[in-house]
Design a binder for this molecule. Structure first.
Ligand code: FAD
Length: 406
């Protein structure tokens, strides 16, 4: 069948060129962050002689394995600023990229189950409002009204005592987001090169001048690392260390159901989050598997515990069947915030550490990282997330926000 018959199939949305001998910039990693970075490099900075090198297939990493929650209700000013900027970009991107990736602002609820949760949640709502993020506190009756299938009775292990709610938050279709960026990158002249693993770096003194790949050496003036779970592996190849631990993070979907779940519900305490995808699957996730690893799979007991939590909160799902489970490799930092900026190697830049929550940050990560690569300086939104904070101690501790994969 020809391309004319399947115009929307991803194989026909971009070219598959062979690598050139040299580029002005190379982005390592063909996930959402690499694609968004290349897009903004081309669009905002006129850098079109660039390539994205992906060791597997486009979006085969965390990009098309995540559970697509998009929200900006982070506690600290620095995080609220970058995630809220991302949310504003999500709101205009379908039009800008001319691709409907099913961005659905159906709201996200974070449940509170203890007095400690309630106090922290109310603090967060206050902090969010001061930062211009739409945030509300819901009492249990309001929770029930917004999500009638949620068990808000007093008789469960951890009764729902209220919730924070961000109405503009929601979900999107992750693979379509990747295709949308890829198509625009391609139109702007970016080479997207799949099955091309970066295996080392070529340096002149402390300056990077090229990359070694499974498809030969390529010269370049600048390198941007967007390799998520493999970031520390690449940094080691380049001769520096990143404070990243890579963990498996799992998720699952049920068989298809009629639309029953109107919003996204997250519970740090009972430890699960549940949404319903456009097709009808229930999408569930929880926290990382606690050991380090590079396998895109995890342990069964983690899945079992998150299903038990889901059934406690949503008894209506007790007889739903699991259709499939999978895992990604998430790049976690000790303050649960990303690392974006310069590295000890001249002309090499890093964007990583987004851990369990980087899908929502994709557009702002791309926009600000592109600025950093093009100008060699931080963008005002990514400046607080520089690698130096692990030396200065100026951490941005979002662990409260990241206790559940999101
Ligand atoms: C199960 C799960 C659920 C999640 N849920 C959410 C959520 O609901 N909301 C949210 O905001 N975030 C969520 N996340 C996190 C989010 O997916 C990530 O933070 C984000 O996708 C990371 O950026 P990325 O898309 O560029 O990474 P990736 O898609 O992983 O891209 C990195 C790419 O680099 C490539 N690569 C690695 N090494 C090399 C090399 N040597 N040479 C060439 N290429 C290389 C990899 O193959 C990969 O494709 C979740 C993650 C998982 C795993």
């Amino acid at each position: 069948m020809s391309a004319d018959h399947l115009p929307e199939h991803p194989d026909f949305l971009w070219r598959n060129p062979d690598p050139k001998k040299s580029y002005d910039a190379i982005i390592v990693g063909g996930g959402g962050h690499g694609l968004a970075t290349a897009y903004f490099l081309a669009k905002n900075h006129g850098m079109t002689n660039i390539a994205i090198l992906e060791k597997g297939w486009l979006a085969g990493g965390n990009m098309a394995r995540n559970t697509t929650i998009i929200r900006s209700n982070y506690l600290w000013d620095e995080s609220a600023a970058i995630y809220e900027h991302a949310l504003k970009l999500w709101e205009i991107l379908p039009e800008e990229l001319e691709y409907d990736f099913l961005f659905s602002q159906r709201g996200v609820m974070n449940l509170a189950h203890t007095l400690g949760d309630v106090r922290e949640s109310m603090r967060r709502v206050g902090a969010n409002r001061l930062n211009g993020v739409d945030a509300e506190w819901l009492d249990p009756d309001q929770v029930k009204e917004l999500c009638p299938i949620l068990n808000t009775s007093d008789n469960i292990r951890y009764p729902v005592m209220g919730a924070t709610y961000q109405p503009r938050a929601g979900i999107a279709k992750h693979d379509h987001v990747a295709w949308a960026f890829a198509r625009k990158c391609d139109e702007l002249g970016v080479d997207i090169i799949q099955n091309c693993e970066v295996t080392g770096f070529i340096k002149d003194g402390n300056r990077v001048t090229g990359v070694k790949t499974s498809r030969g050496n390529i010269n370049t003036e600048k390198v941007g690392l967007c390799a998520a779970g493999h970031s520390s592996v690449l940094a080691e190849m380049a001769g520096f260390r990143l404070p990243i631990q890579s963990h498996p993070l799992q998720a699952l979907v049920s068989e298809l159901h009629e639309p029953v779940h109107p919003t996204v519900v997250m519970s740090n305490h009972v430890h699960v989050y549940v949404s319903q995808a456009h097709k009808g699957e229930l999408v569930m996730g929880a926290g990382v598997d606690s050991y380090n690893g590079y396998g895109q799979r995890g342990s069964f007991h983690v899945i079992e515990e998150q299903m038990a939590a889901a059934v406690e909160l949503f008894p209506i799902f007790a007889r739903a069947h699991v259709l499939r489970t999978w895992g990604g490799i998430v790049d976690t930092t000790l303050d649960a915030s990303p690392i974006v900026g310069l590295t000890p190697v001249e002309n090499m830049f890093v964007n990583c550490g987004w851990g369990t929550g980087g899908f929502k940050g994709t557009p702002a990560a791309g926009l600000t990282f592109a600025h950093t690569i093009a100008t060699g300086t931080p963008h005002k939104l990514n400046k607080p997330f520089a690698l130096e904070r692990f030396e200065t101690g100026a951490l941005i501790d979002e662990h409260g926000a990241a206790a559940v994969a999101h």
